[in-house]
Design a binder for this molecule. Structure first.
Ligand code: ADP
Length: 512
């Protein structure tokens, strides 16, 4: 039971109530006792004086036996619980009304007697009880004057005291007032009932409070044993979000846990996706490496085996095919390496201002021969005054090469490829458009993925491995730039990328 928070809280609550109950009873007993003593002493304050008033109990230091017996007798009639003692001025007991043999003291202390007579202390004042060697009780006392008549204190040395112990046997035990009083008994019962009811209410309340903690703990345990929930909907009774004004610490803890669980869930899903992508990548890489390697090996082996039977033309054709495969293998390996290097970077290195139209013109020039051979018209827009772009020239050249190479590859003879540079919203944009095969709508969102090859590739079956656009996109990411594509199948495609301008002086271009 004590292993749960509820058990601990319940034990603490019950312990506190028990302690409170014991303290309450003890304090009631003590206060009641003191109160009764105070009332008793207050009511009987003048009892000794009125007893001694009518009788001359001592004359010249000698006890007036007859008068004393009358007083004793009178007392037995009024209140048998009261005991009367005759004391000499030093407090020594000279005579008493108690049964013989019951008096244990020879004298009583004068200090409480003087305090009582001086009336300078609050009641109750406890004096020595002669019937107990270490017991004290409330009393009433009167001086016996030398002249034989009572008088007020302080008017001269008295010849003795009439010392009356009040309620002699009444308050023997501490609980006696409780046992004896109906009102006190009722109030004690009410107190116990209150303690029991508050305990029950407290236990119910704790149960309700710890209930939410229990359900939270159960959820955390489920989470740790089953892993991150796919997407756990909040229960109908779920508290408001952590920041809502009515929420308490448990609500906030609950909210924080939900948030954490969601985040872990999202991260786990992301990890799974990355893992799946990595597996796919490895499968793609090994497939793309294996195919040209197998072809290369096949041609070389055939050359070896049929060395004597092959004509020089056949041998040359075999060798040319082997070289083509080794080239595409080399291209794939270097593209993979390039992509891996780009992915390991956080930003493009060596940024510098450069003339984008000039670069476009240079790269276009490189492809002119290939375009002519394919009978595709390749044009770059005439130069305009534009600010410098900011970037890594080699990387941007690579992007341009990939885009122009693709445009030429997927554009049939008679088509056109145009490259334009323009200023757009403080940045510079380059557009490579062609009148080629275009890209199907379902392929468009994926053509920048690694190893993704769209159906347009049929135009160039020996084309790349599907890494060119992924490399271009990564390069632009490292430049804080972006690349977009628009395409209409059968009509052509338009690739456009943006680079930030170096905001330097405009530069005039030589014609492409
Ligand atoms: P690849 O090396 O296969 O060309 P890319 O990543 O450069 O790989 O291109 C991905 C795919 O996008 C290509 O396989 C091709 O199907 C399609 N694609 C790219 N550019 C064009 C274009 N200009 N016209 C039509 N299809 C294109």
């Amino acid at each position: 039971m004590f292993r749960t928070l509820y058990g601990k809280l319940a034990a603490v609550l019950l312990g506190l109530f028990l302690l409170f109950g014991v303290f309450h009873v003890a304090s009631t007993v003590v206060t009641t006792r003191l109160y009764l003593q105070e009332v008793d002493q207050h009511v009987n304050r003048t009892l000794a004086a009125s007893l001694a008033k009518d009788e001359i109990l001592m004359t010249n230091g000698r006890i007036n036996q007859k008068a004393l017996e009358r007083v004793f007798h009178q007392l037995m009639v009024i209140n048998p619980a009261i005991e009367v003692y005759l004391l000499d001025p030093s407090g020594r007991i000279l005579a008493f009304s108690a049964p013989p043999g019951t008096v244990k003291r020879e004298r009583v202390a004068l200090e409480p007697i003087r305090a009582f007579l001086a009336q300078d202390r609050r009641l109750p004042i406890l004096g020595d009880d002669p019937r107990g060697s270490d017991r004290q009780k409330v009393f009433s006392v009167a001086e016996l004057p030398a002249s034989g008549t009572p008088r007020s204190a302080g008017a001269g040395a008295p010849q003795g005291f009439l010392y009356v112990i009040l309620g002699s046997e009444k308050y023997e035990s501490a609980a006696a007032p409780l046992r004896g009083s109906y009102v006190l008994r009722q109030s004690a019962r009410a107190g116990i009932a209150v303690v029991i009811l508050t305990s029950i209410a407290g236990l119910v309340l704790f149960r309700a409070l710890t209930g939410r903690l229990r359900s939270l703990t159960a959820r955390v345990q489920r989470f740790t044993s089953d892993g991150a929930p796919e997407s756990e909907p909040p229960p109908a009774s779920a508290p408001a979000p952590s920041s809502s004004p009515g929420s308490d610490e448990i609500d906030r803890l609950d909210g924080a846990f939900r948030l954490m669980a969601d985040r872990i869930g999202a991260q786990m899903r992301e990890l799974k996706e990355t893992d799946a992508l990595r597996r796919e990548l490895v499968a793609n890489v090994s497939h793309d490496l294996r195919t040209p390697l197998a072809a290369l090996r096949g041609y070389l082996e055939t050359l070896l085996l049929k060395e004597d039977t092959l004509s020089p033309e056949q041998r040359r054709a075999y060798l040319e095919t082997a070289v083509r495969h080794s080239e595409s293998l080399g291209k794939l390996v270097s593209e993979l390496f390039e992509l891996a290097t780009l992915n390991s970077r956080a930003a493009a290195p060596g940024l510098e201002p450069f003339s984008l139209p000039e670069l476009v013109s240079d790269v276009t020039q490189k492809f002119r021969l290939a375009a002519d051979q394919k009978r595709v018209a390749l044009t770059a827009t005439p130069p305009t005054a534009l600010p410098f772009a900011l970037g890594n020239i080699a990387m941007i050249e690579r992007v341009l090469e990939n885009l122009i190479d693709n445009a030429l590859r997927y554009t049939p003879a008679g088509g056109e490829v145009t490259v334009t540079v323009a200023r757009s919203d403080g940045a510079l944009s380059v557009t490579v458009s062609d009148t080629g095969a275009g890209i199907a709508a379902e392929d468009l969102p994926r053509i920048f993925d690694r190893f993704y090859r769209a159906s347009s590739r049929e135009l160039d079956p020996e084309g790349g491995a599907g890494l060119g656009l992924a490399i271009a996109q990564r390069i632009l990411e490292l430049h804080d730039g972006r690349i977009e594509v628009e395409s209409e199948p059968g009509a052509g495609s338009r690739f456009r990328f943006w680079l930030s301008s170096a905001a330097s002086a405009p530069v005039a271009l030589a014609p492409a």
